[in-house]
Write a protein that binds this ligand. Structure first.
Ligand code: IFM
Length: 536
């Protein structure tokens, strides 16, 4: 090239089956005009994807995450789950059943058809007993177990339950109840409706409880490294008990809409029983315990020297409606006292200082790293949601900001990973590198922080009959706006907060007409509707 000359150089990266196809593609894109057109098309794809939820709040970090980077990461986790990547190596992984269900949660309003297909694919990896494979391979449509599966308890206590949360979220977003009637094969080859698959989910947990009446943990639960299996086959998970309670409530609602009164009654009765059991046998005075090991010994209690209090059974106690308001406030106050750090909420306290064969993998990591008491980001939005439910918007937002990637620009030399993407974990304060993040991109943090922000902090939440408006915001916000697409209509929502509250609505006007309820109707008319909300 000559000095000062400008040249456009096009790099093309791609994958094709035959070399000849590559040559053709290269020839095609030698024309730079065609390249520009492709870029415009690409921009259109992303604009369309991002326009479904746009928020304008007084907090610029929040706006940039919620409008661009978080939904971008959600698309990546939806496509890749925790599949082969820089961080997750080896072709034996497949897509996680638990992960993939959670990854649908925050793309449902943008990619409903893809979510529909993913839900059907996932249901195909369920057995007639109701349990599911832990991983599945999307290209061949087959499920499998990881190599560390426990041969005598060949299941994960929680995996199957995530299917109910994902389907329920899809139904609330789309209103497409017909999916429940779709026929789907079990692994064994027999075929039943998706609704029946969901009923089997409940049956599996119901049929597999331990000596305290809590669900057996199997190989592990949400925490892959909490491996409480032993010769007695008795390890029980209180977290799964709470998830089961929530799943029963959700499926109960679905049963009601599906006109199955009997099922509704069965699920609600089962939920009541489990709730009673949790409050009787898992309440430790100031918080809920986490689990019982193979010998029936408690984990996550005041009586334990290490691992006294775990985050997940506090946030889920509130989220799953197991805790009374009083217990909810108490256990979330304990979270604040023992687990809250400058960089986020850690998984539990105190970290395990040595290996305990009875606990398994969780005690193999150095204190403060990974599942051994790091700030496992995936679990922080559950605490944010719990605080929103308790009406403490300021605390919820404080937790939100602590792990928000855009706030990490100022501490880049400590945080290390990209300041626009959530990481799986941030090293906890038991570790010398407190604050260093690891494993960015492929993490359930993406979908759950999106849900915490949109559905709970901004409080714009899909439900069967419409969109619920229920803000839980920081008191110093004067107002915010959201433009949200919902079932073929655009909702242009303005919330004003003259009294500087976190929660509570005084007035709602829809298209200039005042209404009582905070449930916005389904319009399905392709039009834009103006919603004015005054908090009070
Ligand atoms: O819940 C799991 C997830 O499925 C994979 N990554 C680690 C998490 C916690 O163990």
């Amino acid at each position: 090239m000559n000095p000062n000359e400008t040249k456009e150089i096009v790099f093309i990266l791609g994958v094709v089956k035959e070399k000849s196809q590559a040559t053709k593609l290269i020839q095609n894109y030698k024309n730079s005009e065609k390249v520009s057109i492709e870029f415009l098309k690409l921009k259109e794809v992303w604009d369309k994807y991002l326009q479904n939820f746009i928020a304008n709040t007084p907090d610029q970090d929040f706006n940039s995450i919620i409008n661009i980077w978080n939904p971008y990461q959600c698309k990546t986790t939806f496509d890749w789950a925790r599949y082969v990547s820089f961080y997750e190596t080896g072709i034996g992984r497949g897509l996680g059943f638990r992960d993939s269900n959670q990854d649908t949660l925050a793309v449902c309003h943008t990619l409903p058809n893809k979510v529909h297909d993913r839900l059907i694919e996932l249901a195909k990896t369920q057995f007639e007993s109701g349990k599911v494979y832990h991983i599945y391979f999307p290209l061949i449509g087959r499920g499998d177990y990881p190599n560390y599966i426990n041969p005598i308890m060949k299941f994960f206590g929680d995996d199957h339950l995530w299917m109910i949360f994902a389907v329920s979220n899809y139904l609330k977003e789309t209103g497409d109840m017909s999916i429940l009637k779709e026929k789907i094969k079990f692994v064994e080859g027999s075929e039943e409706s998706l609704y029946e698959h969901l009923k089997r989910v409940i049956k599996f947990t119901h049929d597999n409880t331990g000596q305290h009446g809590f669900p057996l943990i199997g190989t592990a639960d949400w925490n892959d490294t909490l491996q409480l299996h032993g010769p007695n086959k008795q390890g029980e998970s209180v977290m799964v008990a709470m998830q089961y309670h929530k799943a029963l409530l959700e499926l109960g609602e679905i049963a009601e809409k599906f006109n199955s009164k009997n099922d509704f009654t069965t699920f609600i009765n089962l939920a009541d029983k489990m709730k009673e059991n949790i409050n009787k046998n898992a309440w430790d005075g100031e918080w809920y315990v986490r689990a019982f090991d193979d010998d029936g010994e408690v984990i996550g209690s005041q009586n334990n020297e290490e691992g006294k209090i775990f985050l997940n059974t506090q946030s889920w106690a509130v989220f799953s409606k197991v805790a009374s308001e009083d217990q909810g406030l108490k256990c979330m106050d304990s979270v604040r006292k023992f687990l809250n750090t400058d960089y986020g909420i850690k998984l539990f306290f105190p970290a395990y200082k040595r290996f305990y064969p009875k606990l398994g993998g969780i005690s193999t990591f150095p204190p403060g790293l990974k599942e051994n008491a790091s700030i496992f980001c995936h679990t922080n939005p559950w605490a944010e949601i719990a605080e929103c439910i308790l009406g403490r918007g300021d605390i919820a937002f404080e937790y939100y900001k602590k792990i928000a990637p855009s706030t990490k620009n100022e501490i880049a030399e400590i945080h290390k990973t990209e300041p626009y993407i959530y990481s799986q974990m941030i090293t906890g304060n038991d570790h010398p590198k407190f604050g260093a993040a690891k494993n960015s991109w492929l993490t359930g943090t993406a979908s759950w922080t999106m849900k915490a922000a949109t559905d709970w902090i901004l409080g714009i939440r899909p439900d069967f009959e419409g969109l619920i408006i229920d803000p839980s915001i920081p008191k110093n916000w004067n107002k915010y706006r959201v433009v949200r697409n919902f079932r073929n209509a655009v909702y242009c929502i303005i919330v004003i907060n003259p009294q500087h509250l976190s929660k509570g609505i005084k007035k709602i006007k829809i298209d200039n007409i005042e209404q009582e309820s905070n449930l916005l109707p389904v319009y399905n008319d392709g039009k834009t509707h103006k919603i004015e909300v005054q908090m009070g």
